[in-house]
Every structure is written in C-alpha cells, then in structure tokens.
Design a protein around this ligand. Structure first.
Ligand SMILES: *Cc1c(COP(=O)(O)O)cnc(C)c1O
Length: 371
C-alpha cells in the first residue's frame, strides 16, 4: 500500500475549463481572471480581490503597498513556510520572529507585544494549518501602535474567525492556490483588502507598475499609450490558472467539509490513545489544511510509516533554524521554546478530500502501532 502525503483534487470539470480557455484565444490575464476575482470577492465578502501569480507575490505586493523599506522590522511567527520571511528580505527589511502558541501553532500575542519597536512596520500573522490566529488580540496591539496587519492566509481558505471570513479582518490578506493548498489554480494567489489606496498600488504593481487604464484596455480598447507610474513586478494571474480556480472555488466548502470529517475521524482515534494534536479554538472554523499529531518519538514514527508506504511531513523547520536566516540575523534559538518543541514532535498526516476511508484507517492503525 502507498499513500501519498497529498493528492490534488482535479476532475473533468477543471480540465474542461482549461480546455475552453485555451480555445478562447485569450491566455494571460483577462476575462477568466476578472471572473475569478469577482467570484472570490463574493465568497469572502471583501470589497476588493486581486489575483496574483502566487501568495509569495501577493505578500511582496502587500509589503510594497504599505511602503516597507530598508531596515524596517516586520514581525512574523518563527514557525511558517520560508516565503513569509523571504518577502521581508526583498526590501532589505528585518524579519523579527515571534514564538507560537502550543495548541494552534499561531503567533503568541503576549510575545508579540514585547517585540514591537519604533521600527516595526508590519505584522504578518500566519493562519497555520488553516486555524485563524487570535486576531482580536493581534489587531489590538497593531492598532495601539498604528502598524498594518498583513495576514498570510496561504492555508486558510475558507476559514472564519468569530464568524467572520478570513480575508475581511486584517488590513490585507494573502491567499495561495499552489498545487498542495486547500484549493488550487496550479499556481496562484489572491489579495483582499478594504483599503482602496493600497488596492490601487497593488493592482498597478502587479503588472509592471503600469497605470490601471492600461489593464482595462482589455475591456475597452481606447488608446495605444500606457504609462509606468511605479517600478512594479510581473505578478499577474493567467486566465488558464483562473479557469481552474473558478471551478475549485465552487467546491471549496465541499472539499473543506470532507477534510473536516477526516480530521474528526483522526481526532477521535488519537484522543482515545492520548496522542496530542493541533487544537482548533472555539472562536475558529478551520480550513483544515494540515492534520498534525505531536509525539515524542516523531522521527521513529515518520520512518516506520514511510516503510509502511505512508508519506507524512513536518511543518515546518522554524525560520530561526533555517541556515540562511540563522546566518543573516543570528536569531537566539532559546527565545523560541515552543517552536523548537513543535519542530521536534510534530508530524503532519495525509489530509485531502480524496483520501480513502480504508487508507485513513490504515494510517491510524499504523500510527497507533508505533506510538
Ligand atoms: C505555500 C505558502 C506560501 C506561499 O504560497 P505560494 O502561492 O506558493 O507562493 C506562503 N506562506 C505559507 C504559510 C505557505 O504555506
């Protein structure tokens, strides 16, 4: 038996949508991208949604929009994918790491408070594994110091915090539609914000810093001229990717419900055995991106499962233990005791809509056998 860590959910519907787009004669950013943005705005309930080539691009655009510059500080959790820290370095700004909470693996608001300095220009909370951070606590600190909050919601579509959709809470939210995320475009990202000034800057810089009028040439071809009003990037989505996204968006809730049911089955089995797992707080509805158990003999369990044909993963090696970031910023590892412990003990199990119940039973039994 072999059970992969992830399996993409792609059906004939997505294949047909891509095929139609290829036949339409318009491949890059065009009507499908506009339709995807409109549909996403509707689902999230955000006034603005801007499609990008990735969540990394989205975070980069967001930090440019708020005017991040050299030597500014940006606070982010020590446990996240490297992209969250990488975008800060694009500006020669400084990633300041904050430890996480042991139950949700999200930003610890108490430590966050102590890390604010006059140089802090942004906070990037990560809704780890699809579990929303404690946004009220984070936003209160941010408001007091007038610091924008840019949410890394790469794991968190769809998810809610106290009944409100992730994407409508902080100043700017960035989603990912990478192949292994909760819904996919192959590659892609989305930015939501209610700030029209930042939205305008993001739209301009998504396409070489060109004035918006140029982009609307697609809809109303008026004049040949266009102007570069900023030094932007090539970060637009393509209609081929958007066509996949439009289909996936319609299934997002159904796919999440399937992951949620699988997570409940895992919970039930592991609680009985006394195995610690990621905890979803009362205030949240998770997107159920990862299912994580925490076990003292993690490396042994990983190896044994692999021998049994089950691929698992570890999310993540903390940023302060990544060679590049360690060498550049000299983080003191003792400042992140929770992250260190989670890095030693966490194991992510397969969690995807098409995971077969028999396969899941085999995973559960295999974990219990070695634990
Ligand atoms: C995947 C991921 C990203 C980057 O997403 P891309 O769309 O691949 O650029 C950023 N942050 C986190 C936490 C991620 O897991």
């Amino acid at each position: 038996m072999t059970i992969p860590f992830h399996k993409v959910h792609i059906t004939d519907q997505e294949i047909e949508a891509v095929s139609q787009t290829l036949k339409s004669g318009w491949l890059s950013m065009g009507p499908k991208t506009l339709a995807f943005e409109a549909a996403f705005r509707e689902v999230i309930g955000s006034p603005v949604a801007i499609a990008t080539s990735s969540a990394t691009a989205a975070l980069h655009l967001a930090l440019k929009a708020i005017g991040l510059s050299e030597n500014d500080e940006v606070i982010l959790p020590s446990i996240t994918f490297v992209a969250t820290a990488e975008v800060v370095t694009y500006f020669k700004a400084i990633p300041v790491l904050c430890d996480v909470l042991p139950d949700t693996h999200t930003l610890d608001p108490n430590q966050l408070q102590t890390l604010i300095t006059p140089k802090t220009k942004a906070i990037i909370p990560v809704h780890f594994a699809g579990i929303p951070c404690d946004m009220d606590a984070i936003l209160e600190i941010a408001k007091t110091h007038h610091i924008p909050v840019i949410e890394d919601a790469a794991h968190a579509f769809p998810a809610t915090y106290k009944g409100r959709a992730i994407g409508t809470i902080g100043d700017i939210t960035c989603f990912s539609f990478y192949a292994s995320k909760t819904i996919t475009c192959g590659e892609g990202g989305m930015i939501t914000t209610a700030n029209s000034e930042w939205a305008a800057a993001i739209k301009t810089n998504r396409i070489h810093g060109l004035s918006r009028d140029v982009w609307s040439r697609y809809e109303t071809p008026t004049h040949w001229d266009y102007e570069a009003i900023d030094n932007g990037f090539k970060y637009n989505m393509t209609d081929i990717n958007a066509a996949i996204g439009l289909v996936q968006l319609q299934k997002a809730e159904t796919l999440k419900e399937k992951r949620k049911q699988l997570a409940k089955t895992y919970d039930h089995a592991f609680q009985k055995a006394g195995i610690d797992t990621l905890q979803i707080p009362e205030y949240a509805d998770s997107a159920y991106h990862f299912y994580i158990i925490k076990i003292p003999n993690r490396d042994q369990v990983y190896k044994t499962l692999l021998e049994k044909g089950i691929t698992t993963a570890v999310h993540y090696r903390p940023i302060h233990l990544q060679p590049y970031y360690q060498s550049q910023y000299h983080f003191d590892p003792t400042r992140f005791p929770v992250s260190n412990r989670l890095f030693d003990t966490s194991l992510s199990l397969p969690l995807y809509p098409d995971l077969d119940p028999t396969d899941q039973a085999y995973i559960i039994q295999s974990v219990l056998d070695v634990f």
